[in-house]
Design a protein around this ligand. Sequence first.
Ligand SMILES: [Zn+2]
Length: 1027
Amino acid sequence: MFRQTKAVLEKLRHVRSKGPHLSWRQWSTAAAGKKALQYTAGQQMHGFTVKEVVAVPDLFLTAIKLTHDTTGAQYLHAARDDPNNLFSVQFRTTPMDSTGVPHILEHTVLCGSQKYPCRDPFFKMLNRSLSTFMNAFTASDYTMYPFSTQNAKDFQNLLSVYLDAVFFPCLREQDFWQEGWRLENEDPTDASSPLVFKGVVFNEMKGAFSDNERLYAQHLQNKLYPDHTYSVVSGGEPLAIPNLSWEQLKQFHATHYHPSNARLFTYGDLPLEQHLKQIDQEALSKFQRIHPNTQVPSQPHWTSPREEHVTCSPDAMAPDATRQNTLCVSYLLGDITDTFEAFTLSLLSSLMTSGPNAPFYKALIEPKIGTDFSSVVGYDGSTKEASFSIGLQGMAEDDAEKVKNIIHRTIDDIIETGFEDERIEALLHKIEIQMKHQSTNFGLSLASYIASSWNHDGDPVELLQISNSVLKFRQALRENPRFLQDKVQHYFKDNTHRLTLSMSPDDTYLDKQASAEERILQEKISALSDSDKKDIYEKGLQLLDAQSKTQDASCLPALKVSDIAPTIPITPVHMTKADGVPLQLCEQPTNGLVYFRAMCSLNTLPEDLKLYVPLFCSVITKLGSGSMDYRQQAQQMELRTGGMSVSTQVIPDCTHMDMFEQGVLLSSSCLERNLPHMFQLWGDIFNSPRFDDRERLRVLVMMSAQELANGISDSGHVYAMTQAGHLLTPAGELLETFDGMDQVKFMKRIAEMSDLTPVLRTLPRIKKHLLNPKNMRCAINATPQQTSKSVAHLESFMKDVAGNKKHFKAVRPNVVERPLDVRNVSGASRTLVAHPNFQPCHMKTFIQMPFPVNFVGESVRTVPYSHEDYASLCVLGRMMTAKFLHGEIREKGGAYGGGARMGGGGLFSFYSYRDPNSVQTLSAFSKGVNWVKSAKFTQQDIDEAKLSVFSAVDSPVAPSSKGMSVFLSGITDEMKQRHRERLFDVTRENLLDVAERYLSVGNKTCGVSILGPENDVIKRDPSWVVK
Ligand SMILES: [Zn+2]
């Protein structure tokens, strides 16, 4: 994977939502942290020396810094009472060309190692472990290999595989061809077919740079730091990749993947000694110290500002074809290893750019010169010296001068007037909430939070002591009220190292790219002798042969199905009522935060308004309410809550394919002291939302349309699967309306409307139906001490909004009442809609997109969650992915990814991601089904698929999300346990049976969809609907 990192605060924000499985213990007496405090500086353990031991109470952890004695490898352990343990190793990788050498190396070290010589041990371990995360990233100046797991044996297994992969990889020539680049006959079995470029990274980067936002970010970094490693593309410039040789790759490994150039990080509740012992024994003890010379020098400062221009491909989905230009001004800031300065600049950046009260938001977004900020905006601490960027995308070329002037004038204004105290408080409040919020991937968030600064020898422990920085910041403000203004003067006004970069679309861009590729290809080909060509053909056959062989993975360590816990822990929830509205309470160790949710039914909403619901959700908390305009509202939300949002919900029934619940979910969180304020904010939205500000709505509409259009190249496979399933179930149809390409196109149309008055008029109509306490149920997750107070505040909120209670008739005639909790049938219920006469429809859709790669989806109607075949289909999807589809679609087909999975709505889906093939991939899907039916899989294959399913089923759930599956879907712990037992029981016969009955041609009911570039084969084939 190739990663472009964002700002530090951005990273902390990613900690949200996905969230760790916390045991019901008090943090203050956390055993892991306490034990870790007993280490002392100077203590020696397994070849390491302890340098520093620091308690970090804010994050409930103890940090231990060590160095490896012989090699100088650096080590940080964060002991914390969290069972989701993490390991990561990172190397400083500083390429000096754009061949993508660090990225191709990242891929090839995962193709087999001395102790584990089988091909692709990394992907194979996905099925032999209960990992909660496994991946590898190439950033601009480091490469990182992290994994996490809740199982101690699994941790040792994965650690062994990771260490061997990075320190002792095979780096075979064949791996280099497969993962990097190669010349090969288009059809490898046909020596007369034309020679073309192939390779996983080659295709991945072509896909990555088909995203204009990424392309712009890459150019900006290259041009702002033109003198060293940041001037090249670490992921690989597709046309430069073919300059890399296998020899160069091996050389890069020898000099960069060495313990003397490594930083190792462990996190969690497992004991440190065991990690140190294994790491020293299996890897570090086999090396001597070297001097890798990978330091990045400071960028020499320019004496005068620069301007540059680049081009990109036009975006067919952009709201306005004449406004597709991007322009931003980027400033070089200070060294990121200065922790306090970096903290200050990151805060300053948020004050300047985020939310409707920020000066740049007022100056650039509100006049609607562009659709949104440029893809790179604000503080970026992912390079040795940070940068700050500000500008717009979706603007007309003629507005360039205007935008530049506004930027400079806004900087002058900030120096003049500074920031309101309340905004600074709101930002510090946000940091407090982010520290308290418990996420499930906390270790991973920490690893990426410290990675950049540590990479340049900054102090990772200092970075973790966030409240020290907050205190220092408050003091600096007290001592000098112009503290922030002085920084703006220094880093922005007086800074001559600044770059203005504009990007405009060029209709011939893709053609130019294609002909440049063709030229390089022809150069390579014309240099080949006949015997070279014969050699290429033979190597192509060898690679195909190697890819087709069944792999012996027995050298790899593996957990057994018997290592999986037979039962799940029960999450107690308590059902009650608040002023007549059903309320679910779930007591959890939330660190003082209260999480509130409310599900509101859509059943009474007229059909013609449905397309508008996602828009309604995205604006309803942003238009202002009561006596507050949208700015004051945003300010109060930042000051008093951890965020307030509304999202659409399409929840398939777990017993019937043609039944589902439709609604919107309100979510918010706050510190206990802010409960009355949070409910007051919701109350205002219910009682007196403002639907009068047309200008504000226009800004919000433009931003959502732009965001949707930008998201397609990242999530094309999801759009393809959603489209493929949209005629298979009633829920699938609504999902396409809310989250599919239909919605993207609808938002594009709205953004193009010259007058938004008709849209503004629909919002109160929708509000009447959705924000109706009659069709509502609520949930609160909080600590036991906070529960009664939270309920009291919710009750007064419900009384406050009781005037919105209205009785409407359901639009669809068939509604079905279901108990919220099947264990309590007389209690609260949810209302589902049923379509008893629904007829699924087979359809093949092609959506032409301006990408050089395809996203292919096929969905098959099967059975709902509670059906006895559901578990078999889950295991089948995993097994087909690991044992067949991955090889066909990624290894042979050259796509970035592909596979099959069972979805909650009873649709079994196949997909490919960034795929050079289109219809060929559809036949790979069918071949996958035939492969299952040929019964050539083993019991080991089945067991591995089960492990893989369980690692998803047992992935940790954050305290904020506990109890949500029963609240939203009515899936109780007992139903989960039943599903679990069925998963354990899946047999070979079950798999053969479900493959035959549901997925075989003739038996299957399916839909197909492809998003991709112009496609002659499909155009000529009348069975396709081309959109
Ligand atoms: Zn990659």
